[in-house]
Design a protein around this ligand. Structure first.
Ligand code: ZN
Ligand code: ZN
Length: 413
């Protein structure tokens, strides 16, 4: 481990010759050709090609469409740099020259930028291998958006087939005036669980409700009652979100249907709160169905999504110090944990430290034009991840490479 200032200076020197135009072309090509989760064939081939060209030993098809590149460069720690590759079912509305050419699919979360950063960092570190020692592993992960990709790579033996990490790094583009690199030690992203609920009533004619058990009304009570769970069962100092994202029932005006289906999403920041809220959801659903006289108990199915992301505190502080030297102290704020979720932490074997941070990328003119006095107000008025208008500023291409390169160099002695 070297002094943050020394690491930052070396990262700046090594990336001084980076061809921004080449990275921009690579990025625009990925942006024009977005691919949904587990269909990242073209994207992973592009990444694999660049890694091979830089001298990495490359394996494709890891966890279906994932890519792993290994550069063994003498004794020292094993550092993993991870980027996700999948796009979203969003119809792009940016009007950019390099907008998506695939109808209804868009890189609306910036994973094309993540892949480009990986390429820039991998090529920089490979070209400068005389300056460091250890093993660099570059991971192109599929299917972050549906929460399955990291787990699929682990199930496919990524920890056994490739050098096991001593440390892992990842970064995500996020709204905010371009050029900042927010870091949060400890808990930084929430756990996310999807929950399916099926309410079984008794169907019948719309004119004779007395002969039915109406699942629409019952499910409506469930939805309403669930709104008080966070308000009344979670301590004020804790954070959690419970959203009913889908409510499906019925076929026409004069039929009382036999069942109603709800789809819930739960975000929590501690295992205790998660368990308590999952129990509360079950309790509310079962009690409302009991109150309505449903003939069959409801079904509540929990589909565990992403675990929480908990940065190693010492490691995060070390990398944040390097990034402060790199970008200036003002550019590395700590906004605390967010309710967003990631499956990045699944790639870390138990007990292995990792660090994950954000890179802000809202173009300066868009940020200035956004109404609001402070950061929080402006954030509500600029296109965010998953928006059809999400358009990161390409000025962050090289800085994003530098943050990855400097983090890797801080560990690669
Ligand atoms: Zn996303
Ligand atoms: Zn994302």
């Amino acid at each position: 481990m070297s002094e943050p200032a020394v690491v930052a200076r070396l990262a700046r020197e090594l990336t001084a010759g980076l061809k921004a135009g080449d990275l921009e072309d690579f990025y625009r090509d990925l942006h024009r050709h977005p691919e949904l989760a587990f269909r990242e064939h073209r994207t992973s081939a592009r990444l694999a090609g660049r890694l091979r060209g830089a001298g990495f030993e490359v394996t494709e098809g890891v966890g279906r469409t994932g890519v792993v590149g290994v550069l063994a460069n003498g004794d020292g720690p094993v550092v993993w740099l991870r980027g996700d590759m999948d796009a979203l079912p969003v119809r792009e509305a940016t009007g950019l020259d390099h907008a998506s050419t695939v109808d209804g699919v868009m890189h609306a979360c910036g994973h094309d930028l993540h892949v480009t950063w990986l390429v820039g960092a991998a090529e920089t570190l490979a070209a400068a291998r005389e300056t460091w020692s250890g093993t660099l592993v570059v991971v192109g992960q599929p299917a972050e958006e549906d929460g399955g990709g990291a787990g699929t790579m682990v199930a496919d033996g990524i920890h056994e087939r490739f050098p096991r990490p001593d440390v892992l790094f990842g970064q995500h583009v996020t709204p905010g005036l371009a050029g900042f690199c927010p870091h949060t030690p400890g808990l930084m992203m929430s756990a996310s669980d999807d929950i399916d609920v099926v309410v079984h009533g008794v169907g019948g004619h719309g004119s004779r409700p007395e002969a039915t058990v109406d699942p629409v009304v019952t499910a409506a009570y469930v939805v309403t009652r669930l709104q008080s769970v966070i308000a009344r069962e979670v301590a004020a100092k804790e954070s959690a979100v419970l959203t009913v994202g889908q409510f499906h029932s019925g076929t026409r005006h004069n039929i009382i249907p036999a069942e109603a289906r709800l789809a819930l999403n739960l975000r929590t920041q501690s295992p205790q709160v998660r368990e308590r809220l999952l129990a509360a959801v079950r309790r509310v659903v079962e009690a409302e169905c009991g109150a309505a006289g449903c003939p069959v108990p409801p079904e509540v199915t929990v589909m565990p999504g992403c675990p929480s992301t908990v940065n190693d505190t010492a490691l995060d502080q070390e990398i944040a110090a390097v990034h402060r030297e790199l970008l200036g102290a003002h550019a590395v704020p700590d906004f605390g944990p967010v309710m967003g979720s990631e499956d990045f932490s699944r790639l870390a074997p138990p007990g292995v430290p990792y660090d994950y941070w954000f890179v802000t990328a809202t173009p300066a003119d868009v940020w200035e034009a956004a109404p609001g006095e402070d950061l929080a107000e402006k954030l509500d008025h600029v296109p965010a991840n998953h928006s059809p208008l999400f358009a990161p500023d390409l000025s962050v291409l090289v800085p994003g490479v530098r943050t990855l390169v400097s983090a890797a160099l801080s560990q690669l002695t």
